[in-house]
Ligand binder design. Structure first.
Ligand code: NAI
Length: 460
């Protein structure tokens, strides 16, 4: 059956995650007729298996840390236990509320949702079962899924993915976390707060290796202080599983025993068996290749989010969705500047950054200036008892090109840093801005004061 009665719609979106639903919402707002095809629930990985549930767990972990740390504030409180069923209920209630809001929004914008497994069948059509939905344009937004290493079999019980970790209804006694990107560090942080013995195994020399080296080192110090064991520059060799136990061997011959192994070595694109190849969409290792306008090699097909090579972040998906919709509606949107996307790892402490690392700035700009302001000098950080630092990098006598932060709640501060780097502000201009006292945001102001040559609560 082909939908022909009213002719093709303007946009068929395959996949209702962050990128797909953002495109649908914006396109509908601009008056386009949109069909959104989703096999599971709109909201995708971010809402159901990623950002939102993990941040809920991280917040529950913060509550545990606060109780355990309460004597430092003169409060007598003891942790009476963690009810993972109730933690799960809290997490699910957050998801349910957001899901309800999202479905309401999609409905209110007049977007048709087609529930089912969609497949690309032509440059302008997606099939769902017997139904073929024709569109003037098709947007591929099928996202990514957990993946593992060759030869490392998942049993989803003792060797698990982040999806399994979220569904776990207990706190593991002990865990090995393989991979120290955002997923590995966030789960290590949660489980440690909940009382588990955690070892992180990372092939590269640092935690969050894509971040500025100074940030990685601060996180390593904080994690070690929290009792998380780190095996950096260590390569995984094999795992042996038994009932409720794993023995993880590393290439240097050492072994680690634990209750489970979390595999967090990246996520892979979802593009197999969806007709992309057959219709002639160019793929590279499963990723759909796109130009700066997010168009594939076929002019009527765009792709975005985790499916294309590059950053796999929900907020990038939102921005790309808006961009694709506006382009299709005949507006003239500005292509996304991927160099100025903020990144946050929501561990305890958090790591947040925008722009270039020190090494990348040096490579791109040659002479650079940097200033680091330690949270030890920040009143609010001392009140909260959080350690960390803010590092600002500028081109020598030029604009700010990178900001890196470590500390609790710094994820909430990175948006200001993003304005600074996006507007190519110079350190002296930012130093003019008066930050409210006492807030963590002052640390950003202080780092710029230092970089502008007039440090207040720090040494030159
Ligand atoms: P990732 O690519 O960020 O990190 C994977 C880590 O595993 C890397 O550090 C890599 O060196 C390491 N690794 C790979 N093979 C290994 C081996 N054989 N032995 C030891 N270590 C090995 O991927 P991750 O953390 O799984 O996240 C997937 C995606 O989801 C990323 O793009 C990430 O940015 C995104 N994400 C973002 C979050 C956030 O923004 N807060 C939260 C969770 C995920």
């Amino acid at each position: 059956m082909t939908d022909t009665a009213a002719g093709p719609v303007d946009l068929v979106v395959l996949g209702g995650g962050s990128g797909g639903y953002a495109a649908a919402l914006r396109a509908a707002e601009l008056g386009l007729r949109v069909v959104l095809v989703e096999k599971d629930k709109i909201g995708g990985t971010c809402l159901h298996r990623g950002c939102i549930p993990t941040k809920a767990l991280l917040h529950a972990a913060e509550v545990v840390d606060t109780v355990n740390d309460s004597e430092h504030f003169g409060i007598r409180a003891t942790l009476d236990g963690i009810d993972m069923t109730k933690v799960g209920a809290y997490r699910d209630s957050v998801i349910a509320g957001l899901y309800k809001g999202l479905t309401g929004l999609v409905k209110a914008r007049g977007i048709e949702i087609v529930q089912g497994h969609g497949r690309l069948v032509s440059p302008t059509a997606v099939a769902v079962g017997e139904r073929v939905i024709e569109g003037r344009h098709v947007l591929l937004a099928t996202g990514s899924a957990t993946r593992t290493l060759p030869g490392l079999d998942l049993d989803h019980r003792t060797v698990i993915t982040s999806d399994d970790a979220l569904a776990l209804e207990r706190v593991p006694r002990s865990a090995v976390v393989l991979g120290a990107g955002a997923i590995g560090c966030e789960f290590a942080s949660v489980w440690r707060s909940f009382g588990a013995e955690v070892t992180i195994v990372e092939a590269l020399d640092h935690l969050v290796p894509a971040e500025d080296e100074a940030s990685s080192k601060l996180l390593e110090r904080a994690f070690r202080k929290r009792g998380i064991a780190l095996r950096l520059g260590a390569r995984f060799a094999e795992v042996k599983t038994a009932d409720n136990a794993v023995t993880v061997s590393l290439e240097d011959g050492t072994t680690i025993e634990a209750e489970l192994l979390l595999v967090a070595v990246g996520r892979g694109p979802v593009s197999d068996g969806l007709g992309f190849d057959e219709v002639g969409v160019t793929l590279q290792r499963g990723h759909v290749l796109v130009d700066r306008n997010l168009r594939t090699n076929i002019p009527t097909i765009s792709a975005l989010g985790d499916l294309r090579p590059g950053l796999q972040l929900a907020h990038v998906g939102f921005a790309e969705g808006i961009f694709v919709a506006e382009l299709l509606a005949g507006l003239n949107p500005i292509p996304i500047d991927y160099d100025t996307i903020p990144r946050v790892t929501y561990s305890h402490p958090e790591v947040a950054s925008v722009g270039l690392t020190t090494a990348a700035a040096r490579e791109r700009h040659g002479e650079i200036s940097t200033a680091t302001y330690h949270l030890a000098g920040n009143g609010k950080a001392q009140i909260l008892r959080t350690a960390g630092a803010v590092t600002v990098i500028s081109v020598k006598d030029g604009p700010v090109v990178g900001v890196h932060m470590v500390g609790d709640r710094v994820g909430e501060l990175i948006a200001e840093a993003q304005l600074i780097t996006n507007w190519e502000a110079h350190p002296a201009e930012v130093a003019q801005l008066v930050h409210p006292h006492p807030t963590l945001s002052e640390a950003l102001g202080e780092a710029h004061l230092a970089l502008a040559g007039k440090p207040l609560h720090s040494h030159n």
